[in-house]
Design a protein around this ligand. Structure first.
Ligand code: ARG
Length: 459
């Protein structure tokens, strides 16, 4: 294929350099955005009298055919083309002749690629948002199902206080709500079109950038042409939002892995989302959760790739920036896969509430409540805390639990103990009494579920 810059160079680039330089094997993925962008550009050129309406129509018809044929598979990408932008222009010119050569007036590939990627990302964010919301629905439904299932809550991975499984699940629901917010913020900030910045300095033609931007669904244009072609903040923000989301999925995965271990046995993942071992017949491995945890590193890697690529770049466009797309696409594909497997994995997960309850009964997780009991009867909290600690020590010595101690044994430490203590330190009471906003009582968790569902309905 003859190079578009054949006027300037005498010798051809080497095959190996062409191959190295080319991005069509990954940027062909943006063909829809590229073609739609070009149609809007032809429309703008005609509107501003830079080309005639007839010429614009010829261009748009040619581009429409290319789009249809790429969709149907009748036209295939030429791996010898440098990138998607060159490929489209070349095919168009082959088909409609010299008129096709007018399309690239008052633009450059530098603003074109920045435009395509923004358009692609807007669609991709919408796609990820739908998946996150579906995961949030699966989580809230599970939380509702298990809003009374008592389990130990942990700090330092040591049993701390009783909570419900519904409460624990809703913590992830709240994280995902913030994730949606981060994607929305990123999408709002990238809602500016760079097209018309041209190579870097703007153009001598009297273009209408805002009209073109609005035709493509943007609210505004980038205000500085150098910034418009050099900015990849929108990619960094996308990758950061994906990284935080993956960090949440990874923490969730880690808990699913722990909970499904023989040591915990708190949950059972559906057979559809676990695998067996090729040698150990008893195994049921949580591979999907492990892969989500593992792939988190890969997404962080994509973010670091882009930050590092950008950090030393002078303005404006540099070829280094071609590296942006592979990181962005890899991140999107990875996050999409993880969410797609997470949604049904949570939807089909079963809790073993008997095991959760049994674990909650050990580990003295009602020790705080025992101290609170004495405090409410007038003892300063610090003194009550000490007595509770002494009783725990006695239980450990005697291999028993607080609620098994007799009233006489309790009263050796404080005469404030009365028969009502047993009800007060039962796991059910410990949970039921935590009615503070955001707490673990059934009513508090129901409030959280309601609030998240209302928020999701408005999306
Ligand atoms: N393939 C290039 C990229 O992905 C498009 C822009 C090229 N611009 C240039 N002046 N070489 O970044």
């Amino acid at each position: 294929m003859e190079k578009l810059w054949a006027g300037r160079s005498e010798t051809k680039t080497s095959v190996i350099a062409d191959d190295f330089n080319s991005s069509i094997r990954f940027d062909s993925r943006m063909y829809r955005q590229d073609l739609n962008g070009s149609m809007a550009h032809a429309g703008m050129l005609a509107k501003c009298g830079i080309i005639s309406a007839k010429e614009a129509q010829q261009i748009i018809d040619g581009l429409t055919d290319i789009l249809d044929e790429l969709e149907s598979g009748a036209l295939v990408f030429d791996p010898g083309a440098e990138d998607i932008h060159m490929f489209v222009e070349q095919v168009l010119t082959e088909r409609i002749g010299d008129v096709g050569k007018k399309l690239h007036t008052a633009r450059s590939r530098n603003d074109q690629v920045a435009l395509d990627l923004r358009l692609w990302m807007k669609d991709s964010i919408a796609e990820l948002k739908t998946l996150i919301l579906a995961l949030m629905k699966a989580i809230t439904d599970k939380a509702e199902e298990y809003k009374s299932a008592i389990m130990p809550g942990y700090t330092h991975l040591q049993r701390a206080q009783p909570i419900t499984f519904g409460h624990h699940l809703m913590a992830y629901g709240m994280m995902l709500k913030r994730d949606v917010g981060r994607f929305e913020d990123a999408a709002a900030r990238m809602d500016e079109s760079p097209i018309g910045c041209c190579a870097l300095a703007g153009t001598t033609y009297a273009t209408d950038r805002l009209w073109e931007a609005q035709t493509l669904g943007f609210s505004n244009i980038t205000e500085n042409s150098l910034d418009g072609v050099s900015d990849r903040d929108f990619c960094v923000e996308f990758l950061s939002a994906c990284s935080v989301l993956m960090m949440h999925l990874s923490r969730f995965s880690e808990e699913l892995i722990l909970w499904s271990s023989w040591e915990f046995q708190f949950i059972e993942l559906d057979d559809q989302f676990t695998t067996g071992s090729s040698i150990m017949p008893q195994k049921k491995n949580p591979d999907m959760a492990e892969l989500c945890r593992g792939k988190t590193g890969r997404v962080y890697g994509d973010l670091v790739t882009l930050l590092t690529m950008l950090k030393g770049l002078p303005l404006a466009y540099n070829k280094d920036m071609q590296e942006d797309k592979e990181a962005v696409f890899d991140c999107f594909d990875t996050v999409k896969m993880c969410l797609s497997v997470f949604i049904p994995m949570i939807g089909t997960m079963k809790a073993r509430t008997d095991k959760m309850h049994a674990a909650a009964q050990k580990g003295f997780i009602n020790a705080t409540d025992l101290a609170d009991y004495l405090t409410k009867k007038g003892l300063p909290f610090r003194s009550a805390y000490k007595i509770s600690g002494q009783l725990v020590a006695q239980c450990i010595r005697e291999n028993t639990v607080l609620e098994q101690l007799s009233l006489e044994q309790l009263q050796q430490y404080s005469d404030l103990f009365e028969p009502d203590v047993y009800k007060e330190i039962s796991l059910e009471t410990c949970v039921a009494k935590r009615i503070s906003a955001g707490g673990t009582s059934v009513s508090s968790v129901e409030t959280q579920i309601r609030s998240l569902r209302t928020w999701m309905q408005q999306k």
